[in-house]
Design a protein around this ligand. Structure first.
Ligand code: AMP
Ligand code: MG
Length: 422
């Protein structure tokens, strides 16, 4: 983002200046966020989903020994018949974990199982289906290739090589790889600590009876759900009343305890003033009008040393802004490699979509895949930013770009599936 935009979007009166494009807002945020320092040592299973803090060098070859990729007979490739057939003496057996200790001579072979170590003198395996076995002999025909069906020691990971580099995310494959090189403990990056709270005088907690004009605080549960799935530790700071002192205290508390703060509500034009005042005293915060729907008002900056994301209050806006802007930022804060833009598919819309040019819209849709492999999508019904059930009924965002107008039925649209993304 250039300086003019940054200046325009950082306005002490709340929302002056042009709307900021979502991609500009994201680029600005990602530019600002730096990974947290620090690491810790964890047992392998506890490290699932974490970011490796240092390279892991393997002390061993994987596989540890050259072994058979098939059930069959191990022999010297040079002994294979060039034409016709040849009879070999079966001198022993090599099973997984129970190798054959002898040496295989020219007219000899060893019965071998998948994963069993290749005996000395043998470099080739003939699969059992191609062998005629009679007591102590095995007969096979020409057509086999010297060196076939053998896995070489170290072909997956060689001793002394880097098995996994610092910055790798430890997914199931990585846990298995670390176990395969005998590593039971790993150094991983410390998790960022994220404090979150809701703002609003109208909010009441679960277990309370809502008074006139009150609503249950649902955002804190949605936020909890979204945050709990990330590589972060959580601090729940509850509900903060719309009072300058309460807001100031909440921010001071959050900044002292966390690397990042996520709040909902209190950033729209009507109520931005006290939040603005408070934040101007304790940090540097931009109040943005992001050209996205749902989710237009957004605050982003720093309170003390903590990053601050002030999300809008409307329940669907909370989710859309979180997934589009906060999640990538928290991933970077945790030191995770940049995953790039969310996976997007093309689908034909089975319903007309209302849209006015100007903002990037994230309508909720139900994506289905027809037998011919093509995707179709329909909207979930009412698209208001308070209709949280649309996020539950839907399985994707229908992403309509800024300059797009109304979309007729049958047109192709881009969708971001929730699965694998949220
Ligand atoms: P605000 O951004 O504070 O003006 O809130 C916008 C809308 O979102 C209002 O209708 C609020 O009642 C609603 N809202 C704000 N916070 C929450 C919350 N924690 N849970 C559910 N709805 C909320
Ligand atoms: Mg409010």
């Amino acid at each position: 983002m250039n300086d003019r935009h940054a200046a325009d979007s950082c306005c002490s009166d709340g929302h002056a200046g042009p709307a900021l494009r979502l991609d500009e807002a994201l680029a600005y945020i990602l530019d600002t966020v730096m990974p947290v320092d620090g690491d810790e040592t964890l047992a392998l299973r506890a490290a699932l989903g974490r970011v490796l803090a240092a390279d892991v060098v393997s002390r061993i070859d994987v596989p540890a020994h050259t072994n058979s990729a098939m059930d069959g007979y191990a022999l010297a490739g040079s002994a294979l018949p060039a034409e016709g057939e040849r009879c070999f003496e079966v001198v022993g057996t090599s099973a997984a974990g129970r190798p054959y200790d002898g040496v295989v001579g020219d007219a000899q072979c060893v019965r071998i199982m998948t994963g069993a170590a290749m005996p000395d003198g043998a470099d080739t395996v003939v699969m059992q289906e191609n062998v005629e076995r009679n007591d102590a002999t095995a007969t096979l025909r020409a057509g086999e290739r010297p060196g076939q069906h053998v896995r070489q020691a170290g072909e997956d990971i060689a001793a002394g090589a880097v098995a996994l580099t610092a910055g790798s995310v430890l997914n199931p494959a990585e846990l298995g790889m670390l176990a395969s090189v005998g590593v039971g403990e790993v150094r991983v990056r410390r998790r960022p600590r994220v404090a979150f709270f809701s703002t609003g005088d109208e909010l009441c907690g679960l277990g309370e009876i809502p008074g006139k004009g009150q609503i249950y605080d649902s955002n804190r549960y949605t936020l909890y759900g979204m945050l709990a799935r990330l590589d972060v530790d959580l601090v729940d700071l509850g509900v903060v009343r719309d009072e300058p002192d309460a807001v100031a205290r909440a921010f001071a508390d959050a900044a002292a305890r966390a690397d990042a703060i996520v709040s909902s509500g209190g950033v729209s034009v009507g109520d931005a003033d006290y939040v603005t005042d408070t934040l101007e005293r304790s940090g540097t915060v931009n109040f943005w009008k992001v050209a996205m729907k749902p989710g237009r008002p957004l605050a982003f900056g720093r309170v003390g040393d903590a990053l601050f994301f002030g999300l809008p209050g409307n329940p669907v806006s909370v989710m859309a802004t979180f997934y589009q802007l906060v999640q990538p930022a928290l991933d970077k804060l945790a030191g995770r490699p940049d995953a790039g833009p969310p996976l997007t598919l093309k689908a034909v819309t089975a319903t007309a979509l209302k849209k006015r040019p100007g903002r990037r819209e994230f309508q909720r849709g139900v994506l289905t895949r027809a037998a011919d492999g093509h995707y179709t999508v329909r909207h979930t019904g009412q698209q208001g930013s308070g209709i949280l059930s649309s996020m539950s009924r839907g399985n994707c965002f229908i992403v309509l770009p800024e300059d797009c107008g109304p979309v007729p039925e049958g047109a192709e649209v881009a969708v971001q599936p929730f699965r694998g993304f949220v």
